[in-house]
Design a protein around this ligand. Structure first.
Ligand code: SAH
Ligand code: SF4
Ligand code: F3S
Length: 443
C-alpha cells in the first residue's frame, strides 16, 4: 500500500524576501514528498509565513491563528514561519497551542529535518537559534510561481540596526551568498526561460562576496550579461552602501533596469540621526545626484516613515520638500509603529496618531500630484514592456516597463501577445500610477 500523499497549504505575508522564502519552502516541501493544495481545508499541514515590520502586520498573524483554531480538531498540523515566528519564538506555542513548528528564516536550511520530527508527532519544534549563522539558504528546489520573472536572494539578514526596525532581530546577521552560487542559479533560471531576474536583499547593495571576487555592481553585470536575461532588477538599496559604480553599470548595460528603490525614511537630518540611519539629508541627496547624472532616465522610488518620535512639523516639511528635490516615481509611506526589541520603542512617542495619519495623507496627496506630472514625461515615448496579463473586459494587455511601471495597452495583432513576451509600446496617455498605450512592434 502506498502512503497517502501529504498535502500542505501556505500563506505568505510581508516583503519580497518573504515571498521568495516561501517559494524555497514550497520547493523544499515538494522535494520531501508533500504536494501543495490551494484550499486550507484539504491540507494536512498549514504553514503561515509571517511579517512583523509594523504592529498591524503582527496583529494580523494572531488574528489569523485564531481563525485556524477551529480546524485544530481535524488532525491538521500548523507551522508558523518568518519574522513573527522568530520574534515571538516559544510564546507562539503558549498563545496557539495547536501550532507544532515555529521557525525563523535563518533556520529554513533545517526544514527537512524539522519536517521529519513533525511527522513523527513531535510538538513544539523550533528553528530559532540560527540568527548568528554565516550560512545562507541556498536550494535548488525553489518553486517559482512565475515562469518568466524570478527572484534570487543574494544577501540575507541585516546588520544596520536602524532604531525602529525589527529586521536585524528577525532575520539575523547579514550574510551574502557567493557570487558563484548566484551565477549558477541565474544561469539555471536563464536556461529555464526566465528573462527577468530580480536580485533581493534587505540591503541588496550591501552585498559582500564571500569569495572576495565581485562587488554588487559586478554581480549586476554578471547576471545582466547572461544569454537570455533581458532584465535585472534589484531591491532594496540602502543609501549607505550606494556607490557610483551601480549607476555606471545601469548606464553601461541596457539589461539592468533603470529603476532604483532608495529608501530615505526622512528628509530631516535630525530625525535620520534618531533613526540611526547614519547618513544625512545632504549625503542622501548626493547619491540622488549621481543617479540623476546618469545618461539613462533612472526612475527613483523610496520608503518614508512619518511620525517618528521627536519628528516636528519642520522635520516633516523637510521630508515633504524631498518630493520636489528628488522627483520620485513612487513613495511607500508608513506611520511609525513602535516595535518590540528595538531601541526606538523606549523613546517617548511625541507625535499623536491623528498627526501621524494627517502627515501620511498630506505626503501621499502631494506625491500623487507630483507623480501625475512625472509620469507625463513618458507621453509619446516608445517603451519596451514585458507582457504580464490581460484585461479582457477593457480589451487591454498589461505590461511592465523596465522602470517597473504598469503600461496597459491595446494591440491590433490578431493574436494576443504571450505572457512573458516583450513588445514596444507607444505611450498615449498617462496617469499618476500607470501608463496607457498602443503596441508598435515586437521587441
Ligand atoms: N532595508 C530597507 C527597508 C526594509 S523594511 C531599508 O533599510 O531601506 C521596509 C520599510 O518598512 C522600511 O523602509 C520602512 O520605511 C518601513 N518600516 C520599517 N520599520 C518600521 C516601523 N517600525 N514603523 C513603520 N515603518 C517601518
Ligand atoms: Fe531595517 Fe534599517 Fe536593516 Fe533596513 S537597514 S532592514 S530599515 S534595520
Ligand atoms: Fe516583514 Fe520580515 Fe520582510 S518583518 S517586511 S517579512 S523582513
Amino acid at each position: 500500500m502506498s502512503t497517502p500523499a501529504k498535502t500542505f497549504y501556505i500563506e505568505t505575508f510581508g516583503c519580497q524576501m518573504n515571498a521568495h522564502d516561501s517559494e524555497k519552502v514550497i520547493g523544499t516541501l515538494e522535494h520531501e514528498g508533500y504536494s501543495r493544495v490551494e484550499d486550507e481545508e484539504a491540507a494536512d499541514l498549514i504553514l503561515y509565513n509571517t511579517c512583523s515590520i509594523r504592529d498591524k502586520a503582527e496583529q494580523k498573524v494572531f488574528h489569523r491563528l485564531n481563525e485556524y483554531k477551529r480546524m485544530q480538531g481535524e488532525g491538521k498540523k500548523f507551522a508558523v514561519l518568518g519574522c513573527v515566528a522568530q520574534q515571538e519564538g516559544n510564546k507562539i506555542f503558549d498563545k496557539a497551542p495547536f501550532v507544532s513548528l515555529v521557525s525563523g528564516s535563518a533556520s529554513y536550511r533545517n526544514l527537512p529535518e524539522m519536517l521529519v520530527r513533525l511527522e513523527a508527532g513531535e510538538k513544539r519544534i523550533t528553528g530559532l537559534d540560527d540568527r548568528q549563522t554565516e550560512e545562507t539558504f541556498d536550494t535548488e528546489f525553489t518553486a517559482r510561481s512565475n515562469p518568466h520573472r524570478g527572484y534570487i536572494t543574494i544577501i540575507e539578514g541585516c546588520d544596520k540596526f536602524c532604531s525602529y526596525c525589527v529586521v536585524p532581530y528577525t532575520r539575523g546577521k547579514e550574510r551574502s551568498r557567493s557570487s558563484e552560487s548566484i551565477l549558477t542559479e541565474a544561469k539555471r533560471m536563464a536556461e529555464a526561460g526566465y528573462t527577468d531576474i530580480q536580485l533581493l536583499g534587505q540591503n541588496v547593495n550591501s552585498y559582500h562576496d564571500p569569495l572576495g571576487k565581485k562587488s554588487f555592481a559586478d554581480v549586476l553585470a554578471m547576471v545582466g550579461e547572461l544569454s537570455g536575461v533581458r532584465r535585472v532588477r534589484f531591491t532594496t538599496s540602502h543609501p549607505r552602501d550606494f556607490t557610483p559604480d551601480i549607476v555606471q553599470v545601469i548606464d553601461a548595460m541596457p539589461s539592468i533596469c533603470d529603476h532604483v528603490h532608495l529608501p530615505v525614511q526622512s528628509g530631516s537630518s535630525a530625525v535620520l540621526k534618531a533613526m540611526q540611519r547614519e547618513y544625512t539629508r545632504e549625503w542622501y541627496l548626493e547619491r540622488i545626484a549621481w543617479i540623476k547624472a546618469a545618461k539613462r532616465d533612472i526612475s527613483m522610488t523610496t520608503d518614508i516613515i512619518v511620525g517618528f518620535p521627536g519628528e516636528t512639523e519642520e522635520d516633516f516639511e523637510e521630508t515633504m520638500s524631498l518630493l520636489d528635490v528628488v522627483g520620485y516615481d513612487g513613495v511607500f509611506a508608513f506611520q511609525y509603529s513602535p516595535r518590540p526589541n528595538t531601541p526606538a520603542v523606549g523613546m517617548a512617542e511625541t507625535v499623536s496618531d491623528e498627526v501621524k495619519a494627517s502627515r501620511l495623507q498630506r505626503l501621499l496627496e502631494a506625491q500623487r500630484e507630483r507623480q501625475r506630472i512625472s509620469y507625463e514625461r513618458h507621453l509619446n515615448q516608445i517603451v519596451e514592456v514585458m507582457v504580464e496579463g490581460y484585461n479582457h473586459q477593457r480589451g487591454q494587455v498589461t505590461g511592465r516597463t523596465s522602470q517597473n511601471k504598469t503600461l496597459n495597452f491595446t494591440t491590433s495583432l490578431p493574436i494576443l501577445p504571450a505572457i512573458g513576451s516583450y513588445l514596444n509600446v507607444r505611450v498615449t496617455k498617462t496617469f499618476p500610477n500607470s501608463l496607457v498605450g498602443e503596441a508598435v512592434s515586437a521587441a
